[in-house]
Write a protein that binds this ligand. Structure first.
Ligand code: PEP
Length: 249
């Protein structure tokens, strides 16, 4: 049985003092959880948040990583830096990185390999745009993305990875995929993984849903058979709503 994994992507929100308040708020509401819980603050808050979550049920993740190891890459952050600050997870290929930084499946695949090579867990994001859904090519897009981002990974690497299905039209828009739409997409992604590897491998992969997950829709989404957790944006910025989503899992 797959464990539920709830991750909060803070994006470019929360300076150091706001980060302290948010983590303290989550910890004051929840003492322990059934689900695995991850917070992904901006780079500038990673060290502070690590000190607050160390030894607790909250694990630390980053929002991105460089494909380079070190050197003259202004503005980039390496995997070894993330590891040294205590990150266990790294989001790769978020749709905002695809949109604003032109990240491709190939680059995201390189990042996923880098993260796995360093012993951390990648949260690998895929998802169709509104235009693609309206054209009826969602399955085709998700198949291509799944194959692209997982290319060359071993079965044990895939089993350790988290895939986040995030329909782009549902991110930050207040529009949520229906539980059926989300579960259908997850089922397809799992089928593609089973064709690339095996059913045994596909059954082990955690597939999160992301896209306007809120306390009032979390329970229904998270009770779908193929939805193993949530990647949460807006609703993770308030301790009470993030805690309510974690409790729904
Ligand atoms: C996200 O950024 O991954 C996300 C799902 O955002 P939101 O929950 O705000 O839609």
């Amino acid at each position: 049985m797959r464990k539920k994994v709830i991750a909060g992507n803070w994006k470019m929100n929360n300076d150091i003092s706001q980060s302290i308040n948010l983590v303290k708020g989550i910890k004051s509401i929840l003492q322990s959880t059934k689900a695995d819980v991850i917070v992904c603050p901006p780079y500038t808050s990673l060290s502070t948040v690590q000190q607050l979550v160390n030894g607790s049920f909250i694990k630390l993740g980053a929002q991105d990583v460089s494909v380079q190891n070190d050197g003259a890459y202004t503005g980039e952050i390496s995997l070894s830096m993330l590891k040294a600050v205590g990150c266990e997870y790294v989001i790769v290929g978020h749709s905002e990185r695809r949109q604003y930084h032109k990240e491709t499946n190939e680059l995201i695949n390189t990042k996923a390999k880098k993260v796995l090579g360093g012993g951390l867990t990648p949260i690998i994001c895929i998802g169709e745009t509104l235009d693609e859904r309206e054209k009826g090519i969602t399955d085709q897009i998700l198949t291509t993305q799944t194959k692209g981002v997982l290319a060359g990974l071993t079965s044990s690497e895939v089993e350790k990875s988290i895939v986040a299905y995030e329909p782009v039209w549902a991110i930050g828009t207040g529009k949520t995929a229906t539980p059926q739409q989300a579960d259908d997409a997850h089922k397809l992604i799992r089928k593609v993984i089973s064709q690339l590897y095996s059913w045994a491998t596909a059954e082990k992969v955690i597939i999160q849903y992301g896209g306007s997950v809120k306390p009032d829709n979390a329970k229904e989404l998270l009770s779908q058979p193929n939805i193993d957790g949530a990647l949460v944006g807006g609703a993770c910025l308030k301790a009470d709503s993030f805690a309510a989503i974690i409790n729904a899992a």
